[in-house]
Design a protein. Sequence first.
Length: 265
Amino acid sequence: MGVVNVTPDSFSDGGRYFRVHDAVAHGFELHRQGADIIDVGGESTRPGASRVDEEEELRRVIPVIRELTADGLLVSVDTMRARVAERALEVGACLVNDVSGGLADPDMAALIAEAKIPYVVMHWRGHSTHMQQRAHYDDVVAEVRAELEARIDAVLRAGAEPDQIVVDPGLGFAKLPEHNWTLLKHLDAFQAIGRPVLIGASRKRFLAKLLAAEDGTPRPFDQCDDATTAVTALAAAAGAWCVRVHDVRPSVDAVRVAAAWQAAP
């Protein structure tokens, strides 16, 4: 899954693809590099980010999704709003990637049930302005899994089918670096839920801190792609269904290596 941030303030590439033309061109480039799905989002969810209003989010993402899908690309919409998801589906999106797992908009579950499309349920404890204040766990794997299962149950009660659900442990969302590493080490706990697992580690802060300089300065986000590729290889070998990344080609190579490793006699 290749990331297209149609935002001025995303943590990794905010502003670079804010214009429709640039975002569309980037989506096609990620596809050429091997991305199976292009994930288009119009609202930054970096720690501390403020929300944009619904109309602005629609203005950002709908033209981009329309152009990409018109050329046959598989596109997901990264949104917490049911109306944005609905409009995105109308112009061709085939998957909804909701970082709130349906908590941010009570209408989302019903939309997913009616639309019968794949839905990424991510672990979430609140909006970006305050989510890191909620990064407290006694057993991060057990608690994240339990909270994910509760959100899945809510979506199923709304009428969705189990085979629509993809789960995402939500690396970096109300998580400290040590929480992220523990979740990655125990991906089997999330695979045991019985649904495909999506991992979004690309260029995140916990990688920047791991690669910090001797004085403690975190590595710039756009210089964390090698570490992202390492996570991709390990996640693929552990059975993840998909990785969401900014730099696609190295992760495509990593997935192929992991597949060859697993298939070897």
